[in-house]
Design a protein around this ligand. Structure first.
Ligand code: PLP
Length: 396
């Protein structure tokens, strides 16, 4: 806040494809697709038209009880059809809302099936799961939890890169005390860390073998960002019990997220007699659902899942030489349309973001001095080459 008081804000006024413009009319390559979300690129009037038409008809009403709207129903059906676990139920909300909903539902599920002792929620170091109280309690980025005291009881963390750490926790506290394990397939805001080979399948199997709900946080990786498929859960065959999503669902044209709940977890609540008293005013928001539907149309029509796979390959190739630069500790890329250029000195990160702007790139620091790269799926190979050149020039 102090720096903004001193230096002023960076005001973004317009976007088109993979570019944005500031209030002085300067153009920048958008290295991050906003906050990881503009999967279809900026300036899609088709989504704007869909939103306007829906707002003129009915902006929103309520998604509580038996109430809903046509776009909310259509979206839920469409998401269920692409869900990695067939028969999933869809609960729409925001990203942090999805995480907190999943955390509450995990504990409530075990209560309903007669195992109320299963309460512990486990996550990974470096993890980011949003900013609500539940997500903050689960996060593995210590500074994000500073200054609040202990928010949620019964949470635990394990090493981010070693499935054995999860197994050791299970052995020490007992599976009958663990409700769920939360896992980002690619750690995003914690600094873009790719899953070690075999890690995701191993933690999936540990969860299965010990009857622990496996919650995959795909707020970043969902809706194509993993490259080549809608979800990391499909690409890595994870069959999660719940999937949290947001961002790419609407490409950020309106805020919306969705929690996917596998039939096993949904069943006690749909069998009758159990009422899960939980919901958000803007869950199932009609205009946001219309935006999501138009966004999904574009992803399908333009085969943007394949484009994201192309971006995964091109980023991997074009960014690799940057690892040789003395200011760079490593480049992380090769799983999805995401990458990080890890600066050797994390203290340089914020200044480097400003330097990048002078080279025509709007970027962002994540984790401990990592330059986040998560372009929209319309970024061309030529633009990725420009991005790599701009970063190299800024390093110089
Ligand atoms: N989970 C992950 C993995 C995220 O990256 C984010 C946001 O960046 C969230 C949850 C929270 O989403 P939101 O900020 O939309 O509430």
């Amino acid at each position: 806040m102090g720096a903004i008081e001193r230096d002023g804000a960076f005001v973004v006024t317009r976007g088109e494809g993979a570019y944005i413009w500031d209030d002085a009319g300067t153009r920048y390559l958008d290295a991050t697709a906003g906050l990881w979300f503009t999967n279809v690129g900026h300036g899609r009037t088709e989504i704007g038209d869909a939103i306007a038409a829906q707002v003129a008809e009915l902006a929103h009403y309520s998604n509580f009880g038996d109430l809903t709207s046509e776009p909310a129903v259509e979206l839920a059906e469409r998401l269920a059809a692409i869900a990695p676990v067939p028969g999933s139920k869809i609960f729409t909300s925001g990203g942090s809302d999805s995480v907190d909903s999943a955390a509450k539902l995990a504990r409530r599920y075990w209560q309903e099936v007669g195992k109320p002792g299963k309460r512990l929620l486990v996550s990974r170091e470096k993890a980011y799961h949003g900013m609500h109280v539940g997500g903050t309690s689960l996060a593995g980025i210590p500074v994000n939890g500073e200054g609040y005291g202990r928010l949620w009881e019964d949470t635990a963390q394990v090493a981010w890169d070693d499935a054995k750490a999860l197994l050791e926790l299970v052995d020490s506290v007992g599976a009958d005390s663990i409700a769920a394990f939360f896992c980002e397939p690619v750690i995003g805001a914690g600094g873009v860390y790719l899953p070690p080979d075999g890690y995701l399948a191993e933690v999936r199997d540990i969860c299965r073998d010990h009857d622990i709900l496996f919650v995959v946080d795909e707020v970043v990786t969902g809706f194509g960002r993993i490259g080549g498929s809608w979800f990391a859960s499909s690409r890595f065959d994870l069959s999660p019990d719940m999937i949290t999503t947001a961002k790419g669902l609407t490409s950020g044209y309106l805020p919306m997220g969705a929690l996917f709940v596998a039939p096993r977890v949904a069943e006690p609540f749909f069998a009758g007699g159990v009422w899960w008293r939980h919901g958000y005013t803007y869950g199932g928001h009609a205009a946001a659902a219309a935006a999501a539907l138009a966004n999904l149309d574009i992803i399908e029509r333009e085969d943007l899942l394949a484009e994201a796979a192309r971006i995964e390959r091109t980023l991997h190739e074009k960014l690799a030489p940057l690892a040789e630069h003395p200011r760079v500790a490593e480049v992380r890329s090769g799983v999805g349309a995401v990458a990080a250029v890890q600066l050797a000195d994390p203290a340089e990160a914020l200044g480097f973001v400003t330097t990048l702007r002078r080279h025509g790139i709007s970027g962002r620091a994540a984790g401990q001095g990592a330059m986040q790269i998560s372009p929209s799926f319309v970024m061309t190979d030529g633009q990725i080459a420009d991005l790599a050149d701009g970063i190299a020039a800024a390093l110089g």
